[in-house]
Write a new protein. Structure first.
Length: 376
């Protein structure tokens, strides 16, 4: 169904072309086509791998204000009711990055036509879901040269109504580490288990033992999560599996707990090796730093929201989600906030249909706030 809102149209087009991290080629082309059609006088564009940086020149700049949107999709087979479903089988924008990029283009368009005093740096960042684009992008010459003095980002929140912004000073999202474990035993005939080392059984024990780490080794007041999201093992029902692969993620609120959880995982995996006579290899994949909102910047934003009434403010609790935006916040003051986009299915769900009215709410909040920050 067509809509009169150009940004909703853009979001629907982006929704159809979800791509994995660092392979956002069509997405980058789509964004560049849009950006290149804007009046060129005030903008400068750079690409970094599949990402894009845009500088909107201010009228009398004394600082650079940054806004970041992430670009990649997820390996999920979409099951929404949309007519504009993903055209990339097995991939879906199930974490709202289509909405985030659309808002980025809306902010850019607004300030191209309504310049502020300061420079604005729009950052379209690849590979947020993995392996992590923020850190290498930040380290790039292209970024360092335009490094903002403050930086902001948002994430859609299916659990909050449209018109709500949820945020908190300090930690917003957890420390994360991916987790991959390969088990190798001895395969064989299903009828002769005593002549094999069955990795389906070993993997099953491992999953339940991993879950006991959180309940038995981590301070209950210091939240942590281990999720095994994928297990691969075996070839058919009457063959004992020689190998098993577990894929998951670790989340902790404190940096110390991450170390402790990893050392307990290593101990449990050694126990599985001894108990099942198998070999195990652990790979922690990519790690994200916690998203730690600058206290002063966040309080200022919360006060501004309340005094202007531009959206309904909720001071939320921290969440165990991860975000490589935490790397930007480690070097640049700023914050991330949740944008209410109420829908019954949550992030990373094949049926998630965020409420598109959230786009206009975000554009109003961000354009007014950034203009206010720039003293216009
Ligand atoms: C907001 C969100 O959902 N972010 C992802 C980040 C993934 C980090 C990494 N690939 C991992 O799985 O640990 C999340 O799953 O929280």
């Amino acid at each position: 169904m067509a809509t009169a809102n150009p940004y909703v149209e853009i979001r629907r087009k982006l929704h159809q072309i979800p791509e994995p991290g660092f392979q956002e080629f069509k997405t980058q082309r789509f964004l560049l086509d849009y950006i290149e059609a804007l009046p060129p006088e005030r903008i400068e564009v750079r690409t970094w791998r599949t990402g894009i940086l845009v500088r909107v020149k201010g009228k009398n700049p004394s600082k650079r204000i940054g806004y970041r949107a992430d670009m990649d999709g997820l390996p999920i087979a979409e099951e929404t009711t949309y007519e504009f479903r993903s055209q990339h089988p097995g991939y879906m924008h199930a974490c709202g990055h289509d909405v985030h990029m659309t808002i980025g283009l809306g902010v850019l368009t607004h300030f191209v036509h309504n310049p502020i005093n300061d420079d604005l740096i729009l950052i379209f960042q690849p590979a947020e879901e993995g392996p992590g684009g923020a850190l290498p992008m930040m380290e790039s010459e292209e970024f360092q040269d335009w490094k903002p003095d403050s930086i902001y980002a948002l994430h859609i929140a299916p659990e909050y109504p449209v018109g709500t912004i949820a945020v908190r000073p300090g930690i917003l999202f957890a420390n994360t580490s991916e987790l991959f474990i390969e088990l190798t035993g001895t395969g064989g005939h299903a009828a002769f288990p005593h002549k094999a080392n069955d990795m389906v059984v070993a993997a099953s024990h491992l999953v339940t033992q991993l879950q006991s780490i959180i309940s038995r080794n981590v301070d209950p007041l210091d939240s942590a999560v281990i999720t095994i999201g994928r297990i691969e093992s075996g070839t058919r029902q009457n063959i004992i599996a020689e190998k098993a692969r577990l894929e998951g993620t670790i989340r902790t609120l404190s940096v110390e707990s991450m170390e402790q959880v990893k050392s307990r995982i290593e101990a449990v995996v050694s126990g599985i090796e001894a108990g099942f006579g198998c070999k195990a290899e652990i790979d922690y994949g990519s790690n994200y730093r916690q998203v730690y909102n600058d206290e002063q910047e966040t309080r200022e934003f919360m006060d501004w929201l309340q005094s202007t009434g531009t959206a309904t403010l909720v001071e939320c609790r921290e969440a165990m989600t991860g975000e490589d935006f935490g790397y930007f916040l480690a070097g640049i003051p700023g914050f991330m906030f949740w944008l209410g986009a109420e829908t019954p299915y949550g992030l990373h769900h094949s049926r998630m249909e965020p409420d598109e009215r959230a786009i206009d709410v975000a554009l109003e909040v961000l354009t007014k706030y950034i203009a206010w920050k720039s003293g216009r």
